[in-house]
Structure formats: structure tokens, C-alpha cells
Design a protein. Structure first.
Length: 329
């Protein structure tokens, strides 16, 4: 305290003696791009190389309907407690490119090229950032999909509606495939968002991909080292993964939670996009208790980039401790 006070006083004396700012012309007027570096981040899981590739973010004002069992004021307070603005919610998106050594695997595909245009480049950036990370979409062997929401499947097609990964086998959860391709389910879907999701999925998988997909089951490896795990609730066939190689292991949660603030800190809160909210909460608590107990690293699709961290129990909820940024692999 004394030291910093003495330094502050010395600084004040110096400022009084001589002007701190030169009156000469500055350099800030020169045009500087208002952009970040392309957002991708690599790490190793044993011999497997993972590249987290940002698809961008969506920031929006929310109301009482965003979380069906919490008022806007409660959500605002929770966000502010995490040093975030209380009036808007930000959702991040981060698909993965996994190089198993034998196969190049894309895991989820982001919001797609139409979203990039509609959001003026706030999201739909997966293709751009994947190219910046050095990957050619033609070189992708497999695309694995966790569930059939637009932010995960829309990047399967180009802006022209053709397959974005022309040489890849597309693997989808069998339960998810059955649900969204069922005409009865589609006819019974509530108007609005659910019908829109059915329409979008039919457009992608029927018109775009001509139904050329391979359904996969839980409890099996969908790609070398990538085990599919049942984490239903968010959607009927929602899937997470355990990626392992040698001593390395990471739990890839998909949408078990959305942004951990407020959904990990408040696991009982039901966002409108959880299709079976009670089941989603059960799954969330079961998965997070498991990763806490096993001290398992977790990768979150909707976490702030790059979305790798560990989970600790914190009161009735959970807290994420992000993994330190590693400047070299
Ligand atoms: Zn999602």
C-alpha cells in the first residue's frame, strides 16, 4: 500500500513537471483493421490433434421467454455476477477439426454461409476459419454431427446448397436421424420454431445431401478414438463424445450446456431451446457430476473460445476453469 502510494505520488510530481503527452502527430489515425486474427486453436489428445475452429458468435437482447423458468432480472443478475453485460446474451459456436492420424474428421459445422451473410460476419465463419487453419474441405474424410440444430448442421452445405465437404462420409446419431426424418413427428410439430427446424433439416439432408448419411449408435466409436455418448434432452438424439488417445482424454459435450454463464452456474435453468427440458437438466447434472468426479477435461461447443476447460462444483451449480492458452503445441 505504502509503495504504490509513493509511486503514485512520484508519478503525479513527474506529470506536474513535464507534459506526459507529446503534442506531435499520432499514428492511430492510420487505418487499422477492426478485426481479430482468424480464430482457431490447436491441442493434442494423446496422438490426436484437435483444432477448435470458431464459427463466431450471436449476441442478442433477451426477455422472460429465453429461460422458461427464470425471470429476465434473475438472468441479468447472473450474467453481471460473471462480469458480463446484463442486458444481452452471447452464444459462441465452435466446431472441431480432429486429425486422428488416419482420418480428418469435422465435428459439427456451424451456422453456415447464409448465416454469415445475414449476421454480417458475426457467425457462419467456420469455413473461413477452417481455411485459415490450413484445412481443405475436400480433404475431410468424415463429418460427425452431434444433433440437428441449425448451428451444428447448416455448415454441411455451401451457399449454393451443395455439400460443403464433398468427399466426406456424414455420420449422424441414429436416434436424431429417425426423429427428424419421421413424417409423423414433423406433422405433429408445433408451428413456429419446431416446424422451422424440421423444414431446415429436410432441406439439408434430403435436398442438399440426398440422404447420403451413415447413422451411428451410442456406445461405439464413430471415428478412431471418438466414442459417441448418449446425452439426450437438448434434442431427442443429442450426442456427446469421449475423445481418447493414449493417456489423453477429453469430454466433448456438444450442447449439454450452452454458454456456461449462466447455464453451468445455474444447471436448473431451462433455455427455450432444450426440447425436453427436464431430461436436459438431468443429463446436464449427470454429465457435470461425472466430469467433476473424474477431473475430465471438457470441450464446449457454446463455451467462450476456445472452449476447453475443467469443471468444478460451485454451490448448486458448476464453474468452468478454462485451460490456459498454449502458444505452442
Ligand atoms: Zn448448439
Amino acid at each position: 500500500m505504502k509503495l504504490s502510494r509513493r509511486h503514485a505520488l512520484a508519478g503525479a510530481a513527474a506529470a506536474a513537471a513535464a507534459p506526459l503527452l507529446s503534442s506531435g502527430p499520432g499514428h492511430a489515425a492510420a487505418p487499422v483493421p477492426d478485426k481479430q486474427a482468424p480464430s482457431f486453436y490447436r491441442y493434442k489428445v494423446g496422438d490426436i490433434q484437435v483444432t477448435v475452429v470458431s464459427d463466431g458468435r450471436n449476441t442478442f437482447a433477451f426477455d422472460d421467454k429465453f429461460i422458461v423458468n427464470a425471470k429476465k432480472e434473475e438472468v441479468s443478475a447472473a450474467l453481471q455476477q460473471a462480469f458480463l453485460p446484463g442486458d444481452v446474451m452471447t452464444i459462441y459456436f465452435a466446431p472441431l477439426v480432429i486429425n486422428t492420424g488416419g482420418k480428418l474428421v469435422v465435428l459439427d459445422t456451424g451456422n453456415g454461409p447464409l448465416a454469415k451473410a445475414n449476421s454480417k460476419g458475426a457467425n457462419g465463419l467456420f469455413a473461413d476459419n477452417m481455411a485459415a487453419a490450413g484445412f481443405d474441405p475436400k480433404a475431410v474424410d468424415m463429418v460427425v454431427i452431434s444433433h440437428f440444430h441449425g448451428d451444428h448442421v447448416n455448415g454441411l452445405l455451401t451457399a449454393e446448397g451443395t455439400p460443403a465437404f464433398p468427399n466426406a462420409e456424414v455420420l449422424v446419431p441414429a436416434v436424431e436421424w429417425k426423429f427428424w426424418m419421421d413424417d409423423g413427428e414433423m406433422s405433429r410439430a408445433p408451428a413456429g420454431r419446431m416446424q422451422g427446424l424440421f423444414k431446415n433439416n429436410r432441406n439439408i439432408f434430403e435436398a442438399g445431401l440426398q440422404k447420403k448419411v451413415t447413422p451411428y449408435e451410442w456406445g461405439k466409436e464413430v471415428a478412431p478414438g471418438l466414442l459417441a455418448v448418449d446425452t439426450v434432452g437438448h434434442t431427442p438424439g443429442h450426442t456427446s463424445y469421449v475423445l481418447s488417445s493414449g493417456a489423453g482424454k477429453v469430454f466433448i459435450q456438444s450442447d449439454v450446456t450452452n454458454n456456461p454463464n449462466p447455464f453451468a452456474s445455474h444447471p436448473g435453468w431451462h433455455a427455450f431451446f432444450d426440447q425436453d427440458a427436464d431430461m436436459a437438466e438431468k443429463t446436464r447434472r449427470r454429465v457435470y457430476d461425472m466430469v467433476v468426479a473424474e477431473k475430465l477435461q471438457l470441450q464446449g461447443f457454446h463455451y467462450p473460445f476456445p472452449g476447453l476447460g475443467n469443471i468444478v462444483k460451485d454451490g448448486d451449480g458448476y464453474r468452468v476453469i478454462p485451460a490456459p492458452w498454449n502458444p505452442a503445441i
